[in-house]
Write a protein that binds this ligand. Structure first.
Ligand SMILES: *Cc1c(COP(=O)(O)O)cnc(C)c1O
Length: 413
């Protein structure tokens, strides 16, 4: 059973101040989870999580994570500007970008962030853009082929646009070393939304071995290894959540097996988690505004794919709770739809739910990451508000909803 982190009573109270739809976040759970991650890697003195800003680019949430010791992982100019505005700079910024415009590199260098290069040609591009290279640089690795755990294909890095090949990693580190870089990092993101506890340890083994080879062949100092994102969350009620303590322990074992004997026991471990940090601790609150019975039964809600794109974009499952009816039998088969003139604007297709009535609150689960941030304005729909359920039980507006004036602001009348 998936249980929302709010009750119907709380939602009724909230509705006096915040009209639906809105994304709601749970501060207490966000902090608890961030502390657990930190604990899982406490064996590594240099450990740091760089929250993937793109998942939920909200200053209040970024500040909460920063207070819990997280840096930020950016991939665009505006995300860098956002960090600067929030007061996060220097080594607390990781810049893992691809197909990068010059002005983005420029701002990252100015803020003192760590640049993670996606391609070998970016060395020269970066040098032309900012002059002398920073002393601390990272390169993104792509081993190609399939990424497998126990002969099961998890993902296909060979098809991904990211990263340098293995020979390019050696070539790039040699060039960077000869240009005066003194501290090196290795980064890879090889599988997305994994709920197995073996993803990070398996990835770490590949990266640690590469680090040992690079160190032996080029004499470079590897300062950090960035395991990036990819630890997933259980979107479906029958899925198990990843056990972050066990994941941390798995990485520690591989670290002791490979890095420590090579005299590299000072390497810091970084993560760039997005989904894992916030996904389960946000939900989309919406209300049923129409019911339609034709060839199928439709529940029409006041949110649409512009507020949460994942189901429309890749058929992603998001659990739905009809508030106040948690204990009623799920004996009605519905499509839950938004109002876009796009037939893929459905939060759920053929979903068994209790009988839904007009006015019911529906909570769409696990929208805390890659939810509001993927919003858009198709059909003139406006992005919704974001509300924080604070630790003290009060609620705070942390992003207002867009208004028609926002929509018209970029137009020329
Ligand atoms: C998207 C992204 C992440 C976060 O991915 P999650 O699946 O949310 O953990 C981390 N690093 C980079 C470079 C990314 O593009």
């Amino acid at each position: 059973m998936k249980k929302p982190f709010v009750t119907l009573q709380q939602l009724e109270e909230l509705s006096k101040s915040f009209p639906t739809p809105y994304h709601l976040y749970d501060e207490r759970a966000i902090r608890e989870n961030a502390r657990k991650l930190k604990q899982a890697f406490s064996w590594n003195p240099g450990f740091r999580e760089y929250f993937a800003v793109k998942a939920t680019p909200n200053p209040t949430l970024m500040t909460i994570l920063h207070e819990e010791g997280c840096g930020m992982d950016c991939s665009s100019l505006t995300e860098l500007m956002l960090c600067d505005r929030v007061g996060i700079r220097g080594e607390e910024i990781m810049f893992s970008s691809n197909d990068t415009p010059a002005e983005d590199f420029h701002l990252c260098a100015k803020l003192g962030g760590t640049i993670n290069l996606d391609d070998i040609t970016h060395i020269e591009f970066l040098e032309r853009t900012i002059g002398a290279l920073p002393k601390r640089m990272s390169c993104r690795y792509n081993p190609g082929g399939n990424f497998e755990i126990s002969n099961m294909i998890m993902d296909t890095p060979g098809e991904a646009k990211y990263g340098l090949t293995k020979p390019q990693m050696f070539q790039a580190f040699r060039i960077l070393r000869d240009k005066g870089v003194t501290e090196f990092g290795i980064h890879a993101f090889l599988a997305s939304n994994t709920t197995t506890n073996d993803y990070y340890p398996t990835l770490a083994m590949q990266l640690f071995r590469l680090a040992v080879e690079l160190h032996a062949e080029l004499g470079v100092h590897i300062g950090f290894i960035n395991l990036s994102g990819g630890v997933g969350i259980p979107y479906r009620p029958d899925q198990q959540s990843a056990d972050i303590l066990q994941i941390g322990e798995g990485v520690r074992k591989v670290y002791n097996q490979i890095l420590v004997p090579a005299g590299m026991g000072d390497v810091a471990i970084y993560t760039e988690l997005g989904r894992f940090m916030l996904g389960p601790y946000g939900c989309l609150v919406t209300r049923c505004i129409h019911q339609k019975h034709t060839y199928k039964n439709y529940v029409g809600v006041d949110a649409c794919a512009c507020n949460l794109m994942r189901p429309a974009m890749y058929g992603a499952y998001h659990h739905i709770t009809v508030m106040g009816k948690e204990n009623l039998p799920c004996d009605h088969l519905y499509d839950v739809t938004g109002g876009l003139c796009e037939n893929n604007d459905k939060f759920a297709i053929d979903r068994w739910l209790p009988q839904v009535d007009i006015g019911d609150f529906l909570v769409i689960h696990d929208t805390g990451a890659h939810g509001h941030s993927m919003g858009y304005n198709y059909n003139g729909k406006l992005r919704s508000a974001e509300v924080l359920l604070c630790e003290d039980g009060t609620a705070k507006l942390i992003r207002r909803a867009e208004t028609p004036e926002d929509y018209f602001a970029t137009l020329d009348f």
